[in-house]
Design a protein around this ligand. Structure first.
Ligand code: NAD
Ligand code: TYD
Length: 354
């Protein structure tokens, strides 16, 4: 392992965004050794990484980021140079049902990881980096106008965003207090392949396939700013390599959509792809009780990332949505497995004997 230029712990690598980040780093940087550390909660799925699992520069370790002993043992074993931290509880609706699970993983887990990294790295911070992946939801909710910039004060309003905001503050506090080399990014809503089907876009796609009701919260007028997941992974790559220590970067593609407009767009794309009469799927739309405290609008200003590091999104939303729909139509088994818990069998089969 000493042959590798860097040993990187990627937490949450079996999840939606994490799996795209792991793949990108394992494929593009054969000189790096990537250790994917994931507890495999309901949202983590090793099937996301089937194509990468036999790479010689990749390895999976099942561990809970809150487990100080387990994570310390991994640091002892691998002597990491960097952490890219994505592991989190990530669903707003679940945070409303069970906020303490979010405090545990997102706040305690992040603080514990920071503490361990500090312990191992404090003799010399040279060439070390703790990269924390966060969300635009920490900034709160916008009215009809304006954008979140890196200077926007934090104003989290759901248990999820409060827990992420808290984790961001711990990351910055470890930098200011102890000098830990950190970088942080706050991204808008992601979409693409391997997205767990309880979030808006994959849920609607799955329900349209099975001709089930399409539950739109409130009037469907809430606005989100959507980014192709591979463009997020590309931004993380650039920030990891060229971001300034101690700084934060907003990631987004100036791509605002009302929820109801996305649902209609998906309905028309899928009527066409499934050879259904135009208008068939839209009949499934049902307006349901709104989410408590539902943030009205998110919109990111990514100018800093664009001007300082040259990142920009690669894909238009309509094209990305078509690709996403195609992926779900071609991977119905993936959806069945993540919703049935079958992927746990896959895990036992693959790792049970090791
Ligand atoms: P996800 O829910 O799909 O994946 C989270 C992963 O973390 C899963 O593999 C899960 O098993 C793992 N995990 C959860 N708790 C853990 C624990 N205690 N220990 C170890 N692993 C654990 O989430 P995602 O959508 O891929 O989001 C990844 C990160 O990006 C999160 O930090 C999230 O806040 C952030 N983010 C997400 C979005 C988005 O639109 N999804 C946007 C901006 C930022
Ligand atoms: P979601 O994918 O949960 O992401 P977030 O809450 O982090 O933005 O939801 C995106 C938007 O879609 C949000 O405004 C809530 C709305 N929504 C629905 O209208 N119906 C649904 O079934 C879901 C899951 C979300």
């Amino acid at each position: 392992m000493s042959d590798f230029a860097k040993k990187i712990m990627i937490t949450g690598g079996a999840g939606f965004i994490g799996s795209h980040v792991v793949r990108r780093f394992a494929e593009n940087y054969p000189q790096y050794f990537i250790v994917n550390v994931d507890a495999l909660t309901y949202a983590g799925n090793l099937e996301n990484l089937r194509d990468v699992e036999h790479f010689s520069n990749y390895r999976f370790e099942k561990a809970d980021i809150v487990d100080e002993k387990g994570i310390t043992a991994l640091f002892e074993k691998f002597r990491f140079d960097a952490v890219i931290h994505l592991a989190a509880e990530s669903h707003v609706d679940r945070s409303i049902l069970n906020p303490l699970a979010f405090v545990r993983t997102n706040v305690l887990g992040t603080a514990s990881l920071l503490n361990i990294a500090l312990k191992f790295w404090k003799a010399s911070f040279a060439s070390k980096l703790f990269y924390h992946v966060s969300t635009d939801e920490v900034y709160g909710s916008l009215g009809q106008t304006g954008f979140f910039t890196e200077q926007t004060p934090y104003d989290p309003r759901s248990p999820y965003s409060a827990s992420k905001a808290s984790s961001d503050h711990f990351v910055m506090a470890y930098h200011h207090t102890y000098g830990l080399p950190v970088v942080l990014s706050n991204c808008s809503n992601n979409y693409g392949s391997n997205h767990f089907p309880e979030k808006l876009i994959p849920l609607m796609i799955n329900n349209i396939i099975h001709q089930k009701p399409l539950p739109v919260y409130g009037k469907g007028e809430n606005v989100r700013d959507w980014l192709w997941v591979d463009d997020h992974a590309a931004a993380i790559d650039i920030i990891f390599h060229r971001g300034k220590i101690g700084e934060k970067y907003n990631i987004g593609g100036f791509n605002e959509w009302k929820n109801i407009d996305i649902v209609h767009l998906l309905c028309s794309i899928m009527d066409r792809k499934l050879d259904r009469e135009p208008g068939t799927s839209a009949k499934l739309i049902q307006y349901v009780v709104d989410r408590p405290g539902h943030d009205m609008r998110y919109a990111i200003d990514p100018t800093k990332l664009n001007e300082e590091l040259g990142w920009k999104p690669s894909l238009q939303f309509e094209e990305g949505l078509e690709k996403t729909v195609d992926w779900y139509l071609n991977n119905e088994d993936w959806v069945k497995h993540v919703t049935s818990g079958d992927y746990q069998k896959y895990y036992n089969l693959l790792y049970g004997k090791r």
